[in-house]
Structures are given as C-alpha cells and as structure tokens.
Design a protein around this ligand. Sequence first.
Ligand code: GAR
Length: 189
Amino acid sequence: MKRLAIFGSGAGSNAENICVYFNNSSDIKVVIMCTNRKDALIVERAKKLKVPMVFTSNSDLKKFDDLEKILVKHKVDYIILAGFLLKIPSKMINQYPNKIINIHPSLLPKYGGKGMYGENVYRAVLENKETESGISVHFVNQNYDEGKIIFQESFSLSPDENLESLTAKIHELEQSLFPKIIEKTLFSL
Ligand code: GAR
C-alpha cells in the first residue's frame, strides 16, 4: 500500500477528487492532508472525508522538523501538492526524493515561478494572447515549478476565451487526469 499526503492551501477540489478516486483502492491511500491556511476550504473537505488534517506555518515548514515526524508517524510514502502555495524546503525534498508531485495550471515552463498560481496564471495566459494552455504535473525540486515534468496535457484557447472559461477547462482537465497520473507515476517508480 502506497500512502499519500496531500498538501493544499485553497479550495481543495483536487485533494477531494484524489481521495475519492483512491477510496476503494487497495494499492493507494490518502492518509493525511496538510495546509498552511486554517480558513481554507480544504480543511472542511478533509473533515468531510475523515482524513486527518495537519497545519503548518511557513516557519515550521522551513524547519521541517515536527512536520517530518508527523509524516513518518503516518508512514507517508509520497506527497502530492494540490494548490499548495508555500515553497518546499530542501530538507523535505531530500527526505522525499522524486516523491513530491505538484500540479500546475499551465504548460510549464511557461507561467510558472513565484506568485504564479491559480487565477494569476490564467490572467497572464490570457493577457499574452496564448493560443494554447494546459496542465503540467511534475516532480518538485528546490525551485518553484521547475522539477522534472511527468505529464502535460494541452488544449487550444478560443479567440473569445475568458477567465471563467479557461478556469473551467483547467479544472475539468485536472479533475479527470490528476488522480490517474498519480496512479501511473507511483507504479512506474
Ligand atoms: C489547481 O488548479 C492547481 O493547478 C493550482 O492551484 C489550484 C488548486 O485548486 N496550483 C498552482 O497554481 C500551483 N502553482 P484546488 O485547491 O481546488 O485543488
């Protein structure tokens, strides 16, 4: 059984979708969630799904001391970042080499880096009149959105694409593909 922790700072729609996808799996289980924001919707989702939720501050994350103990206690094998907005410290990356996976709502390396998350990404894509966009799933390294890419899926942007339509397209792709990519990746490692 491969044991996952999901880290998120926002709505938690991916976190919930991943939990539900693996609910009846005998190979993969979401054993814990972690957030830096007590008021984020992901907290409510974890409660509903009966998955233990851990809070971390930026400074606790940087130390990666108490959090490491919690991950070890829950025997976490892989960490999934689903809209987690804090930078992952080197200590944690070294502890989980090629075992931390992030999803990003653009075709990296385009529109990645510090401050590029959620709506900021969509706005930049639209402002630059891109003709295509998509999602990227990648291993996490020391730099924001720069680790080895595992998977990308692209789509064309229509001439009248707007924030709402682009958000919906990304959301739909993430919901249908992210759990399957996690599954495939974990079994090819
Ligand atoms: C997702 O769209 C994810 O791709 C994005 O945050 C959203 C989280 O939504 N991640 C980033 O922008 C990372 N730089 P959710 O909380 O509803 O899953």
